[in-house]
Design a protein. Structure first.
Length: 629
């Protein structure tokens, strides 16, 4: 009697998935010529656009500092970023282009390579070239991902390392008989940690995959040792900090030449270990607002494809769905809620938006499943298009992405952005020969340090970074770097060690400040005379007439090169430049108003408003001036 064959629903589902083009957990995957060819086209298109729009000069943010550290083989701010500094130094040795452009090409290369890795990951999972190309391009021309691939920063290399880590985890999960792949993934996670420590947010998702494959791992305990060893091996770039600090480079944040300083740098003690920021005025705000802002960083095509892809992956490749969901949850909403940045404070969104890149990279391969889901919907609605449904759906997604890229091109393009350089040059052109310049604010300090350290501009000016003066290691560096600068105290505490003590110890050198509104130690003995972009510290006995103040600032403002408000990119730190340029006119206007010269006050107020239309206090001042005077 013939036996009836027992049916296996799971096996039938895997066969059905195979017919639909979905990858099973352990089916070997190979890339053919067409796969590689389409990936090459996606990569070339991405790289060409990124190169065309990449910054040729320094831009505001951490970029000037990171370029300076790379060119001079120094140590940037905590946690030191050794990997990107070493790689940036190699790129700085390229034979052509400005130092800023050469180091910035590292971000261009990493952004382009990230797109290529996302394509390979999506192809391995979805088995659809068209869908994988669409998902990769959707990531490439997301305004957020695109813009941070154009400047020398740590986030584009972090995107690449995260994409490689995810790809290797997928390969290992599909082929668990190749445990060496997991060790390589662990090595890249260690490398990523030396670049941007937020890579730890991918840890829970990685542990989820390892738990699913725990039987095979526990059977090979030496493999777990190899994985842990590979991760530690990836941390070796941190040794660079010890070597670099021992050389006393021009940029040496935290001086990590001793063990205590080294640990303080890599744990970000200066900024607060475990905190994104430590400035009270920027902290707080609603976690819900931050999560909403994170969601808003996704374009509409990305959001739609991600939702459809999550549904499709849950139905067809559940392990990958849960991996992506866990990874996205920790890198996206959980981190955004934890970040503790008050988005109601101007420009804080610029600080936080960079951390929305990691969830976009995590979710990018999932969008290929979204395109396949759209394919099924299209085939069900229009049966006649069934043979071409995938191509039509992918083409629609790519067209939407490229249309968005065209619309966003001007806003994203950094190739003609010279605002940071011109701002720093205008500051240095304002101060007298041999001046001491006390600077505050990243938008001021970082471009000044770059111009002096990398391009040798105005070496006669001694730039002091006010936020670092209270640290002993910075005072030691100043004594070593500027032997002619007299520092009459061991600690800068605002009392015995103060700005007044520093000025009085160097009586023959002019002192100016920028980004410093007041200083208690100077009260009663000195005052700030506004001279263009800076304020010169003068003795109380010095009297300056209004005509002299007006003439001095008129001359300087005619020489400056402020950016036009219409040329400033939204949510950019360049908005702070506008307020710096407007301040001289605002100060002069206030003096004119105080002395009853209302017509002159109006002219100067209007001049300040034309340079920075966002200064609401100017409109208030104009409204209170007498109408006919």
């Amino acid at each position: 009697m013939a036996r009836r064959r027992k049916r296996h629903p799971n096996g039938a589902r895997k066969q059905a998935d195979s017919r639909r083009g979905f990858d099973s957990e352990t089916t070997p995957v190979t890339f053919g010529r067409k796969d590689i060819g389409i990936g090459a086209v996606v990569t070339i298109v991405t790289g060409s656009v990124f190169c065309a729009t990449a910054a040729r000069d320094i831009v505001l943010g951490d970029t000037p500092e990171l370029i300076t550290a790379a060119v001079t083989a120094g140590v940037p701010h905590a946690p030191g970023y050794p990997l990107v500094t070493m790689l940036g130094h190699l790129f700085s040795l390229l034979p052509s282009g400005s130092p800023a452009f050469r180091v910035g090409l590292l971000s261009v290369a990493c952004g382009t390579a990230t797109v290529a890795i996302v394509y390979m990951t999506a192809l391995r999972l979805s088995r659809s070239r068209a869908a994988s190309a669409g998902s990769a391009l959707a990531l490439a021309f997301s305004p957020l991902f695109w813009s941070w691939s154009l400047v020398a920063e740590v986030f584009s290399p972090n995107n690449l390392l995260a994409a490689i880590f995810i790809f290797l985890l997928v390969v290992w999960y599909q082929r668990p008989e190749r445990p060496a792949v997991l060790a390589v993934a662990a090595f890249f996670s260690g490398l990523a940690f030396t670049n941007q420590q937020t890579i730890v947010l991918l840890g829970p998702a990685a542990l989820f995959l390892m738990w699913n494959r725990r039987k095979g791992l526990f059977e090979r305990p030496l493999m777990l040792v190899a994985v842990a060893s590979a991760f530690v091996g990836g941390l070796l770039p941190y040794c660079y900090l010890l070597w670099a600090a021992a050389r006393h480079p021009v940029m040496n944040f935290g001086d990590p030449s001793t063990l205590s300083n080294f640990l303080a740098v890599i744990t970000r003690k200066h900024f607060g270990t475990g905190q994104l920021i430590n400035a009270p005025k920027y902290m707080g705000g609603s976690p819900v607002d931050r999560v909403i802002a994170m969601g808003a960083s996704f374009t509409i095509p990305m959001a739609v494809l991600s939702v459809l892809g999550a549904i499709q992956a849950y139905r067809r490749l559940r392990w990958y769905f849960w991996f992506s969901a866990i990874a996205f949850a920790f890198t996206g909403p959980i981190f955004a809620a934890y970040a503790n940045i008050n988005l109601s404070v101007p420009l804080t969104s610029f600080v936080l938006e960079r951390f929305y890149l990691l969830p976009q990279v995590v979710i990018a391969p999932l969008m290929a499943f979204g395109i396949l889901a759209a394919t099924e919907l299209l085939a069900a609605m229009l049966p006649a298009l069934r043979p071409q449904a995938t191509a039509v759906a992918a083409s629609g997604a790519i067209v939407a992405v490229l249309a968005g890229a065209i619309l966003n091109y001007r806003e994203v393009d950094q190739s003609k952005n010279h605002a940071a350089r011109r701002f720093a040059e205008d500051i240095l052109a304002t101060v007298e020969q041999g001046s001491i310049l006390v600077a505050n604010g990243d938008e001021v300090i970082n471009p000044l340090v770059y111009l002096q350290a990398v391009e040798g501009y105005r070496p006669d000016v001694t730039v002091l970074e006010l936020p670092l003066l209270p640290t002993d290691w910075y005072l030691s560096q100043l004594r070593r770097r500027y032997p002619n600068l007299v520092i009459p105290f061991d600690h800068f505490d605002g009392q015995s060690g103060s700005l007044r003590a520093l000025i009085e110890a160097n009586p023959n050198r002019p002192t100016a400040v920028i980004g410093v509104d007041s200083d208690d130690s100077l009260k009663g003995n000195h005052w700030f005379y506004r001279r263009g972009l800076v304020s010169v510290v003068e003795q109380m006995s010095l009297d300056v007439k209004l005509d002299e103040l007006m003439a001095d600032n008129q001359r300087l403002l005619s020489l400056y090169r402020p950016p036009l408000p219409t040329d400033i990119k939204s949510k950019s730190l360049e908005l702070t430049i506008l307020s710096h340029y407007a301040m001289p006119a605002l100060v002069v206007a206030g003096q004119c108003e105080q002395l009853g010269y209302y017509r002159d006050a109006r002219a100067w107020y209007e001049r300040a408003l034309s340079m920075d239309p966002s200064l609401s206090e100017i409109r208030v001042a104009l409204a209170r001036l007498p109408a006919n005077q």
